[in-house]
Every structure is written in structure tokens, then in C-alpha cells.
Design a protein around this ligand. Structure first.
Ligand SMILES: C[S@@+](CC[C@H](N)C(=O)[O-])C[C@H]1O[C@@H](n2cnc3c(N)ncnc32)[C@H](O)[C@@H]1O
Length: 525
């Protein structure tokens, strides 16, 4: 029974399976023309996933076949986790805060747990061990280690990343979080009532609804664009300008100041004045919370809220272009959209989501210890840094040593790890260490950048050696297009004993090109 899918479900499944768009009408066609049997009940048309799979196997090469043709037969399809639902990849605390460049938790679990299979012939870690992640990022290794009863130490040069990681693995008083969050939400609603931004937004929404219903009816508008009956560019430009008159009138009527007086910092540039006022208001409330752990969780909720309330268009959320202060035509939604004038909605939503996620994780967690240190992994003294924060763990490292490393280093010239959270650095006033990032975006991917990358990553491995057990296992996940990891291992006095090649399927919508990353398994030379 589990394999029965509706036409819509089948189209979603088939699109994923084949790596191309399969519409519900494509599936209906297969049923109508008897290519696959109809398995309906009560007039509902259902299809059997296994029968659909068999049909595709016979008639098309699968995503797996095509990827293997491009990337080589040694691609370990098992590690694509293609069957793993989005909700599992982002389960419980893994989605407490956005972070670009995160692991799939299932990948970490695969290497840290004790199972073996046709590819992983031995277990590398066991409960009670200590694992190290010197590029901890948002703490995926720490969280998965906790689930598996393994202690873990993370290190990250970015203070905000360490903050995210430590919130994920901390123990909380959930009742206190709920009570403090409810208090802040109530005060924020009150604050809103005293200002006119909420009333303005409400009024604007009514006008927008009316206008969009008239000029951008859904789905007819998109349908006409597709058929070429409407020139989207011209039409939307004209209509966006038309609506701006209504918008300006409303702004005047409510006497709103939208821009902040200065634009020097991220906080000044990327938030409308009414949003900024609310952010400052909530931040003051969070600062006043007595319980330090509750304060940290709600600080993270505020940061997540902030990120969703930047003055940008829906299309530019991932890569900011210019701050916006007015309504605009949104291609993504096929209508006129607006920036945010209040944070209340997102704040309330993220408070609830965070509480739910912490609750879920608290039912799974083990009584083990995880901590992310802030520092440069090339030279941090791990034991002395841990001594005051976790004396027991520091002692066990000295006694038994760290079993190994599981980590994904930054790649050469790909992501700015501080800049992606510029808003949080501005708000919380964390010290930035951009200059200490290995392989930073601004250095590019040239020879000099690659050489300094090899040096940086091998220094991290060398700096970890004093805490590692003799027979350690190191796993580094990397997209080693430039073939740098042989030199890295060599410089660190290690040997690569095995390479697991995994396809990376869930890439951004725009870029569906075949791409794989390698998990290098290294040991002492
Ligand atoms: C690919 S990300 C790790 C993501 C992580 N696996 C996760 O699931 O969230 C690499 C991390 O290395 C950190 N990093 C870069 N240079 C570093 C250095 N010198 N010392 C410590 N961490 C560094 C970056 O701040 C970034 O968070």
C-alpha cells in the first residue's frame, strides 16, 4: 500500500528520480495509454511507485546512470541520500538558523555510527569516543555526535557560527524559553500598536490584494504570459509604476519614514526604519533575560527573524543586490510584492518553530558533551581552551585522545563565512575574523589562493595531531576539483586510504549540473 501514489505525488517522485521535470499530465498520459496500470480506489487514480520505476528503468536511463556516465562509475550513489526527505535533512535543531554550506546530517551519521555495509566495511567511531570538527560551521557534526552518544569538539573561526553550533547542543529550560518568548511577543505587539507601521502594512496589503486580483489574477496571468498574450516585462513595469502612486500616497498618509538616516553599516542599509526600530526593541528585551541559555536561544531567533526581514526583493534573498523601500513586481510570485515593515510575523513564527525543534531534539539527545570553540584551527590550543569550559572533556582528551576528525573544510574561493551573517555581527557586535578564514572568497581560485589553501588545511591537520589517538581516522568532505588533497595529506604526514565519491543532488534550482564531492579517509603515514 505504501507504494501507491496520487498523480501529483507520482510526478514529484518521478521528477526527482529522473532528474528532470515530469508533470502530472505526463503521468496521466502513462495511465491513460496503459503504459502503467491504474491502481485507483473510489474513483481516485493512483499509481504504484514500483511499477512506475520499472517503466522508467526500461525506457529511460535514471539520474544515477547519467551521473555515473559523467562523473565515473565509482560514484557512491548510496551517499546521495536522494531518498531522504527535505524534512529529514533539516530535522530538529539542524534548521534553527540558515547557514550556507551545511552538511547533510545523514552523511555525518553514516560515517560516525557503527553500521557497516558494502562500502563502509568497518565502524570508525563508537559511543563514548571523542570526535573533532575543526571547521564546525553550524554544528552538524556536534548534533549528530550527540544523537549517537559521541562527545565532540568543534572549532570555528567565525564567532557567530560557533554561537549557532553551541545553541544547538545546549541544554535548555524550555518552559523558561516559552515564558520569555511570550513576554517579548506581547511587548512587541504593544510596541507595534504605538507605532503606525502595522496599520500601514495592513492597509497596504488590502490595496495590494485588490490590485493584484485585478491585474495579476492567478493562475490566468502566468498562463497568458506563457502563451505570449502578455509581454511580462512591459506589462509588469507599467503596472508596478501604477501601483507606486497608491503606495506613495499611503506612505504620506501614515507619515512613515522608511530609510534610516545613515547607510554605513549592514544594519543601517538593509532594514527599513520601522523594522530597525522593532529589531532594536526586541534586542533590548533579549539582553534583559536573566537565564543566559534562554537569552542565547532567543538571540538566535532574533537573528533568524532579522535575516528574513532584510529590505530585499523575494528574488534576491540569497544574493542581496540593492535595498528596496517600495513595492515591486516579483517574478517569483507573478504579482506586485512589498518589503517588510514589521518583524512581528516572522518573530512569532520562528519562536514557535525553535521551541518545536528544541523539544524534538531533547527527546533524542544523549548525555554526552559537545562544545564549539572560537578560534583559528591552524594554531588554537584545544586542550587549554577547553579546560575552563569543559574540564572533564579536556581531561579525557589528555587521557584517551580524540578518535578522529569528521569535517568539511571551506573550499577555495567559494563562500564568505563571516559576510553571510553580516547582519548578526552588526547586531550582536561579535568580533569578525574574516582575515583568518582559509580559502576566502576574496582571494579567488588562482595559484596563490590554492597554495595558501593547501598550507592552511594541512596546518589544521598538524595542529590537531597532538590531541589525536595514534590510530586516528580522519574524514574530510571536499569538492577537490583542483586535486589539492594529495598535497594536503602529504604535508600533514598522512596518507589517503580511501576516497568515497558522493553525488550532490540538492543543489540550487538554477544549477542542476552534475557535481560530486569526495570524502577523503586519511590516516597517519
Ligand atoms: C564548509 S563550512 C563547514 C560546514 C559544517 N560542516 C556544517 O555542517 O555546518 C567551513 C567552516 O570553516 C570555517 N573556517 C574557515 N577558516 C577557518 C579557520 N582558519 N579555522 C577554523 N574554522 C575556519 C568557516 O567559518 C566555516 O564555518
Amino acid at each position: 500500500m505504501d507504494n501507491l501514489l496520487t498523480i501529483k505525488q507520482a510526478s514529484v517522485w518521478a521528477s526527482k528520480h529522473l532528474g528532470r521535470d515530469v508533470t502530472p499530465s505526463n503521468i496521466s498520459y502513462l495511465v491513460q495509454y496503459g503504459r502503467i496500470p491504474k491502481r485507483g480506489d473510489n474513483g481516485r487514480v493512483l499509481v504504484d511507485k514500483l511499477e512506475l520505476q520499472a517503466y522508467y528503468r526500461k525506457h529511460f536511463s535514471t539520474t544515477e546512470d547519467r551521473w555515473k556516465q559523467k562523473l565515473g562509475q565509482d560514484l557512491n550513489w548510496h551517499l546521495s541520500f536522494s531518498d531522504c526527505k527535505e524534512s529529514e535533512r533539516t530535522k530538529h535543531v539542524h534548521r534553527l538558523h540558515p547557514y550556507k554550506g551545511k552538511f547533510i546530517p545523514q552523511l555525518v551519521e553514516y560515517f560516525l555510527d557503527e553500521h557497516t555495509d558494502e562500502f563502509k566495511k568497518e565502524a570508525y567511531f563508537k559511543p563514548g569516543d571523542i570526535v573533532l570538527d575543526p571547521f564546525c560551521g553550524s554544528g552538524t557534526t556536534l548534533v549528530q555526535a550527540n544523537e549517537l552518544g559521541i562527545n565532540a569538539i568543534g572549532i570555528d573561526v567565525s564567532a557567530f557560527n560557533a554561537y549557532i553550533s553551541n545553541v544547538k547542543v545546549s541544554h535548555f529550560d524550555l518552559e523558561d524559553i516559552k515564558a520569555e518568548a511570550a513576554k517579548i511577543s506581547k511587548n512587541l505587539s504593544e510596541f507595534q500598536r504605538q507605532n503606525n507601521n502595522a496599520a500601514f502594512e495592513q492597509h497596504l496589503l488590502e490595496k495590494l490584494k485588490e490590485f493584484n486580483n485585478k491585474y495579476f489574477p492567478s493562475p490566468q496571468f502566468r498562463f497568458k504570459v506563457r502563451k505570449g498574450e502578455i509581454n511580462e516585462k512591459q506589462y509588469s513595469k507599467q503596472k508596478a509604476e501604477e501601483f507606486l502612486k497608491t503606495y506613495s500616497k499611503l506612505v504620506d498618509e501614515y507619515n512613515l519614514q522608511l530609510r534610516q538616516p545613515k547607510e554605513d553599516t549592514f544594519l543601517e542599509k538593509w532594514f527599513l526604519q520601522p523594522v530597525r526600530n522593532e529589531l532594536d526593541f526586541v534586542f533590548e528585551q533579549v539582553k534583559g533575560i536573566e537565564n543566559i541559555k534562554t537569552k542565547k536561544v532567543l538571540g538566535l531567533v532574533l537573528s533568524r527573524t532579522m535575516r528574513s526581514c532584510r529590505a530585499t526583493t523575494h528574488a534576491d534573498l540569497a544574493t542581496l543586490k540593492d535595498p528596496i523601500t517600495q513595492t515591486y513586481y516579483c517574478r517569483k510570485h507573478g504579482k506586485i510584492c512589498k518589503p517588510l515593515f514589521s518583524i512581528l510575523g516572522w518573530w512569532q513564527r520562528y519562536v514557535q518553530d525553535t521551541i518545536d525543534r528544541l523539544e524534538k531534539f531533547s527527546n533524542l539527545r544523549t548525555d554526552t558533551y559537545q562544545r564549539c570553540l572560537v578560534g583559528d584551527s591552524r594554531n588554537i590550543d584545544i586542550v587549554s581552551n577547553l579546560k575552563d569550559k569543559a574540564p572533564k572533556l579536556a581531561a579525557s582528551i589528555q587521557e584517551e585522545g580524540v578518535a578522529g576528525i569528521f569535517s568539511s573544510p571551506p573550499y577555495v574561493g567559494l563562500i564568505d563565512y563571516h559576510e553571510q551573517h553580516a547582519y548578526a555581527y552588526d547586531l550582536f557586535g561579535f568580533e569578525r575574523n574574516d582575515d583568518l578564514e582559509i580559502g576566502p572568497l576574496y582571494k579567488g581560485r588562482g595559484k596563490e589562493a590554492r597554495d595558501s589553501y593547501i598550507e592552511g588545511i594541512s596546518e589544521v591537520l598538524l595542529n590537531s595531531k597532538p590531541v589525536l589517538k595514534e590510530d586516528y581516522n580522519i574524514f574530510l568532505v571536499a569538492n577537490d576539483k583542483d586535486g589539492l588533497y594529495r598535497s594536503i595529506a602529504e604535508r600533514a604526514g598522512m596518507r589517503i586510504v580511501r576516497e568515497f565519491k558522493r553525488p550532490v543532488l540538492s543543489r540550487v534550482e538554477k544549477d542542476r549540473s552534475a557535481y560530486s564531492e569526495t570524502i577523503f579517509h586519511m590516516k597517519e603515514k
